[in-house]
Design a protein around this ligand. Structure first.
Ligand code: GDP
Length: 444
C-alpha cells in the first residue's frame, strides 16, 4: 500500500474531529499535531511540514461552515487542496524543442533507476508518437551500457553506444550527431551516476550539458530516500541547472516524503514517476491524483466540492434576489458590488446569473476595475445622496463635489448615476417578466 502509513497517520487527525460542529482553533490543535507527526514520519522535511501545517490551520479556522459538511470532512478537503499545492498544483509537462531534436539529459546517483528510466522514457515518448534514440553515457559501470542496449532492444529504440574508453562529453557529441543524421524527435542520454555527489561527476555533467544544450535536464531520484531526494534535486539544480525530477520506486514502501518535498524544497517540479520495474511503469506526476491516493478519500472530496458548489449557487441566487427586490439606491449598489468582490471571482457569479452568458477574462478584469472605481465614487457621496440618487441626477454641483472627492472626472460620476437609473429600469422590466408580465421591449 503506497504511503499507507501516511494515510493512516492522517486518518487519526480526521477521527479526532468526529462529533464536532465546527472547526475552531481549539479543536484543531490536536489534529494538527497528528498531521504534523504523520508528515514527519513520512520523511517530509521540517520546514516544509511547518509551513504546511500553518497553512492548514489558517484555512481550517478561516473557512466558514459549509452546510451539510462535517468539520472532519472539511479538513480532509483543506488538506487535500494544500497537498496538491505543495506538490506543484498542475502536472508539469515535458518540454519539446521547437526545432531540431528534443534533447533530454538524465542525471542521478547510482542505483536510483536512471538506466531503467532512460528506456522507460523512450517507450513512453514513442507511445506519444515521438521517434526516439538513446545515448549510453554511463562509462563507469560497463554493465550499464549493456543494460541500456538490451532495454533499448526491448522497447524498440536505437541505442548509441561507444564503449567506456571515451569521455561522456565526446559520447554526447557523437550521439547527438547520429541523432541529427537519423532525424529523430527525441534523444535521451543516460549518464554516469556515483554513490555520492562528487566534483568529477558534476564537472562531467556540466561538460555533457554544454555539448548537448538539452531541452530537459531531469534528475532521477529514488522515492525511498525521502527528504534526501528533495535535497539532491536542490543540489543538482544549483550545480548544473535542471528542469525537473523523475521520482522512481514509488511502488515500493516509500513513505511519501520525496513526492511531498521535492517541489517545495527545490523549486523544481517532479515531471514523471516510476511505479514499477516494467518498462510501462512510467507516468506523468499528477499532484491531484497523488494527493487523492495519499488521502484515500475520493468520495469525501467530491462530496465537499459539491456542497461548496451548492453554497456558491445559493449565494448567487440570494444576490440576484436582493438586486431585483431592492429599491436599489447607491447603498444597495455598494453592498452588491462588495458582496461580489468578497465572493472572489466575479466570473463565477456572473456565470451563475441566468441570462448572463459566457464572459471573457478581459471583460471580467474590466468589470473588476469598474467596481473599484464605483466604490470610490459612492464613498464620496453623502448618506442622503446615496439614498436619493435623484439628488445627484439633478445637481451638477453635487456631481462635481463627488468627482473631486473621489479623484474621478465629472463625466465618470455622471455615467455612474446614469447607470444606476438604467439598472432600475432594467430591473423593473425583469421583475415584470418574472411576475408573468409580457416581455418588455428592451432597447440596446
Ligand atoms: P541506475 O544505476 O540509476 O542506472 O539504476 P538502474 O536503472 O540500474 O536501476 C536499479 C534498480 O532499480 C533495478 O533493479 C531496477 O529494476 C530498479 N528500479 C528502477 N526503477 C524502479 C521503479 O520505479 N520501481 C521499482 N520497484 N524498481 C525500480
Amino acid at each position: 500500500e503506497m504511503f499507507g502509513q501516511l494515510t493512516s497517520g492522517l486518518e487519526t487527525a480526521w477521527n479526532k474531529l468526529k462529533g464536532e460542529e465546527v472547526l475552531t482553533k481549539e479543536n484543531i490543535a490536536e489534529p494538527m499535531r497528528d498531521i504534523r507527526r504523520a508528515l514527519l514520519e513520512a520523511d517530509v522535511s521540517l520546514p516544509v511540514v511547518r509551513r504546511f501545517v500553518q497553512a492548514i490551520s489558517d484555512q481550517a479556522v478561516g473557512t466558514g461552515v459549509i452546510r451539510g459538511v462535517r468539520p472532519d470532512q472539511q479538513l480532509v478537503k483543506i488538506v487535500n487542496d494544500e497537498l496538491v499545492k505543495l506538490m506543484g498544483g498542475e502536472v508539469s509537462e515535458l518540454v519539446f524543442a521547437k526545432t531540431g531534436p528534443t534533447v533530454i539529459l538524465l542525471a542521478g546517483l547510482q542505483g536510483v533507476g536512471k538506466t531503467t528510466v532512460s528506456a522507460k522514457l523512450a517507450l513512453y515518448l514513442q507511445k506519444l508518437g515521438k521517434n526516439c534514440m538513446l545515448i549510453a553515457g554511463d562509462v563507469y559501470r560497463p554493465a550499464a551500457i549493456d543494460q541500456l542496449v538490451i532495454l533499448g532492444e526491448q522497447v524498440g529504440v536505437p541505442v548509441y553506444a561507444a564503449g567506456t574508453e571515451i569521455k561522456p562529453a565526446e559520447i554526447a557529441r557523437q550521439g547527438l550527431a547520429e541523432a541529427r543524421k537519423r532525424n529523430v524527435d527525441v534523444v535521451i542520454m543516460d549518464t554516469a551516476g556515483r554513490l555520492q555527489i562528487n566534483k568529477t561527476m558534476m564537472d562531467e555533467l556540466k561538460e555533457v550539458k554544454r555539448v548537448l544544450n538539452p531541452t530537459e535536464v531531469l534528475l532521477v531520484v529514488d522515492a525511498m530516500t525521502g527528504q534526501e531526494a528533495a535535497a539532491l534535486v536542490t543540489t543538482f539544480n544549483l550545480e548544473i541547472g535542471i528542469t525537473g525530477a523523475i521520482l522512481t520506486k514509488l511502488d515500493g514502501d516509500s513513505r511519501g516524503g520525496a513526492a511531498l518535498s521535492v517541489k517545495e524544497v527545490s523549486g523544481k517540479p517532479i515531471k514523471l514517476v516510476g511505479r514499477g520495474e516494467r518498462m510501462e511503469d512510467l507516468e506523468p506526476f499528477y499532484p491531484d491524483r497523488m494527493a487523492g491516493r495519499i488521502l484515500g478519500m475520493g468520495d469525501v472530496l467530491s462530496f465537499v466540492e459539491k456542497a461548496q458548489e451548492v453554497m456558491r449557487q445559493e449565494d448567487a441566487e440570494e444576490l440576484q434576489k436582493k438586486i431585483m427586490s431592492a429599491k436599489f439606491d447607491f447603498n444597495d449598489f455598494l453592498k452588491q458590488t462588495r458582496a461580489v468582490a468578497q465572493m472572489g471571482s466575479m466570473s463565477r457569479v456572473i456565470g451563475m446569473i441566468p441570462g448572463m452568458g459566457k464572459v471573457t477574462p478581459a471583460q471580467i478584469r474590466e468589470a473588476e476595475k469598474n467596481v473599484k472605481m464605483m466604490e470610490a465614487m459612492i464613498e464620496a457621496m453623502t448618506p442622503e445622496e446615496r439614498e436619493k440618487p435623484e439628488l445627484l441626477a439633478e445637481s451638477p454641483a453635487r456631481r462635481k463635489r463627488v468627482a473631486q472627492d473621489s479623484g474621478k472626472t465629472e463625466q465618470q460620476v455622471s455615467q455612474l448615476v446614469a447607470q444606476l437609473f438604467q439598472m432600475r429600469v432594467r430591473m423593473k422590466n425583469l421583475m415584470g417578466v418574472m411576475e408573468g408580465g409580457s416581455l418588455p421591449a428592451l432597447s440596446n
